[in-house]
Design a protein around this ligand. Structure first.
Ligand code: IMP
Ligand code: MG
Length: 178
């Protein structure tokens, strides 16, 4: 297959992603240097972003994972969010930073922020690699944002379509069928 036949168009290439992740690490490092945060990463989409981000953070931190389900298979959100795997650490009194891959309708993120706030942390902030504001149903404040993205379904750098394409090193959209 020649590069022209590839079914993906690169939206943000790996170098651009690396620059943005460095910028976010600098912002987070400045704000959290004496706070010993717990980073709560949302599985599965944020795993590559998290791995790159934390290796640039020169500060004491912990990592927790939560797994939520909102999407069925495919591109449409079911709108109903469930906790599939919750926190294993105590977050009461701790500074929590949520690490997301994308905020789309905002339903998943709002649900997670509520779930976390009920556990009485000292603070909760949100870092998202991407923001797709075109389908927002609930407002979300993103404290640390990588990219604002257009109304396209994105894959790569952790983002999937039907569990596929997470491993692509660039953030891409799938070309429409001819
Ligand atoms: P929301 O609840 O609509 O904000 O959706 C959040 C979740 O939907 C994200 O964590 C992703 O797993 C998934 N999602 C939304 N848009 C995309 C996309 O363009 N590509 C891949 N996953 C997406
Ligand atoms: Mg997903």
């Amino acid at each position: 297959m020649s590069s022209q036949d590839k079914p993906f168009t690169v939206l943000f290439g790996r170098k651009e992603i690396a620059a943005v992740v460095s910028r976010l690490a600098a912002e987070i490092g400045r704000d959290y240097y004496n706070k010993h945060p717990i980073l709560v990463a949302v599985l599965k989409g944020s795993f590559i972003f998290l791995a790159d981000l934390i290796r640039l953070l020169d500060l004491p931190l912990e990592v927790e994972f939560v797994r939520l389900s909102s999407y069925g298979r495919g591109k449409e959100s079911s709108g109903k969010v469930k906790v599939v795997q919750g926190l294993s650490a105590e977050v009461r009194g701790r500074h929590v930073l949520v690490i997301e891959d994308i905020v789309d309708t905002g339903l998943t993120t709002n649900f997670l922020l509520d779930y976390l706030r009920k556990k009485k942390p000292a603070s909760v902030k949100l870092c998202s690699l991407t923001d797709k504001p075109s389908h927002r149903k609930l407002p979300v404040t993103i404290d640390y944002l990588g990219f604002t993205v257009p109304d396209r379904f994105l894959v790569g750098y952790g983002l999937d379509y039907d569990e596929k394409f997470r491993h692509l090193p660039d953030i891409c959209f799938i070309k429409e069928e001819q």
